[in-house]
Ligand binder design. Structure first.
Ligand code: RM4
Ligand code: MN
Ligand code: MN
Length: 434
């Protein structure tokens, strides 16, 4: 199968052919883990089923090759439009079994909503949150966002930005989305450039208009980011600003945590715990980073941090915190890997962190915390984190009709080569999304 004929990687027969030689080994590994967990008083089946039910949305902009401010090195067979993107997303889902929805970015993904919905249905996909874009100017746009959008000093620019967001809601409604993600680049590059208090007030005024246009069953996800493109002060720069905005807008306004949007060394899991406490955790943009908003593959730099975030989520489930349903989305930029492989692997890394968090002995941990047995408390987490849950993940995929070895199956299908033929490279080489 290595010397592959072009085949459709979404074909269930192809996937089961790929799985056939791997089944026996998986079964042996799964049985061994079953016994290991049994000795710890844990049942493997509910954990495996929880992992199988885990879902994360794929960002449409993630299936193209990204880039930096300096360069973009296009890969072969990149998607040329939103329909190609949907097809790539369907491949990711067929092989991983974990990504049934796509998060669109408008106007990057502008197309006839009926056509989008129809194509997604054929591919077995749905739509997650829609993302608006007022951080760039579009061709033919009347007013510029150079000095801001929702917080611009000119009310006419603010109106234009509000109208775009309302347009996104309408498109999202036609697609079956249930949330609008609001991230703006507004801010200042120089002290004195912007009145810090007034800019925030203008944000609230504009966001209130968007919130008012939200259908009753929709949520507004407010995404903060510390810097970039504004390098001195960003209007919604941290979870404090985002929480203040969410609290003043209303119950359906919630905070979205993009893992790359904090200062280095910030304790993100604690932010997650605080937002859960406030009833305002709306969702995540998963990725990993070393220095800034690097948008690297989830779990590739600091898998322990990812585990600690899932630990807070599972702990909240365990405490039966009501109405906690955070949206899961990936938000990554793939500069040097095949985006499909990165996204498959990232979805798996999220499931890994989730499975590990499900292994934590919470009663024991609570007891250690109560008695201030610091070392045993720390080890309770480490023990879960260092357990190799790979057989649970593979078995969960099998359960969903996906691939035991998704990257192996993807490569065997030669899908990328097929795309390279069908999707000739375009002359334009934009700088990538950051
Ligand atoms: C931003 C932010 C947003 C994403 C854009 C492309 O840094 O993460 O979520 O929509 O990038
Ligand atoms: Mn993001
Ligand atoms: Mn980002």
């Amino acid at each position: 199968m290595n010397d592959a004929q072009p085949v459709n990687p979404r074909d269930p027969n192809f996937i089961s052919q790929c799985n056939a030689p791997l089944r026996a080994e998986l079964e042996a590994d799964y049985d061994a883990l079953t016994l290991q967990l049994q000795r710890r008083g844990l049942k493997i089946a509910p954990i495996m089923h929880a992992v199988a039910a885990f879902q994360v949305a794929v960002p449409s902009w993630g299936v193209g090759t990204g880039g930096t401010r300096f360069a973009r090195f296009p890969g072969p067979g990149e998607p040329r439009n939103v329909f190609d993107k949907l097809e790539d997303c369907a491949v990711i889902h067929a092989l991983s079994g974990a990504t049934p929805t796509v998060s669109l970015h408008l106007p990057w993904d502008q197309a006839e909503p009926q056509e989008l919905r129809e194509r997604a249905r054929e591919l077995g996909l749905g739509f997650d949150a829609v993302n608006s874009n007022t951080f760039q100017d579009q061709r033919g746009q009347a007013l510029s966002y150079k000095f801001g959008s929702l917080t611009h000093t000119d009310p006419a620019v603010r109106e234009q930005a509000v109208a775009h967001n309302i347009h996104c809601i309408h498109i999202g409604e036609a697609l079956g989305s249930k949330a609008l993600t609001l991230w703006i680049g507004d801010g200042a590059n120089f002290p004195g450039q912007q009145h810090l208090a007034h800019a925030f007030e203008r944000y609230l005024e504009s966001a209130t208009k968007i919130y008012a246009a939200l259908p009753a069953d929709w949520r507004l996800l407010i995404e903060h980011k510390m810097y970039e493109p504004a390098f001195y002060a960003t209007v919604i720069q941290d979870w404090g600003s985002s929480l203040m905005a969410a609290q003043s807008l209303g119950t359906r306004a919630l905070c979205l945590v993009d893992l790359g949007h904090h200062a280095p060394h910030v304790n993100i899991e604690m932010i997650v715990a605080r937002l859960i406490r406030a009833g305002k955790l709306g969702g995540f943009h998963f990725n990993d980073s070393k220095y800034g908003d690097d948008d690297l593959d989830a779990g590739s730099i600091d898998p322990y941090r990812l585990f600690l975030i899932f630990n807070e989520l599972v702990d909240a489930q365990w405490r039966r915190v009501s109405a906690l349903q955070p949206a899961h989305m990936l938000d990554q930029s793939h500069n040097v890997t095949d985006p499909i492989e990165s996204l498959i692997n990232s979805a798996i890394e999220l499931q890994r962190a989730y499975a590990q968090a499900l292994l934590v002995d919470r009663a024991q941990l609570a007891d250690c915390q109560q008695r201030n047995d610091v070392l045993m408390a720390a080890l309770a987490l480490k023990r879960a984190f260092t357990t190799d849950v790979t057989p649970i993940l593979a078995r969960a995929r099998l359960e969903r009709g996906a691939a035991i070895d998704p990257i192996g199956a993807y490569r065997a299908s030669a899908y990328r080569n097929q795309c390279a033929k069908l999707r000739p490279a375009s002359a334009s080489s934009r700088s990538g999304i950051v």
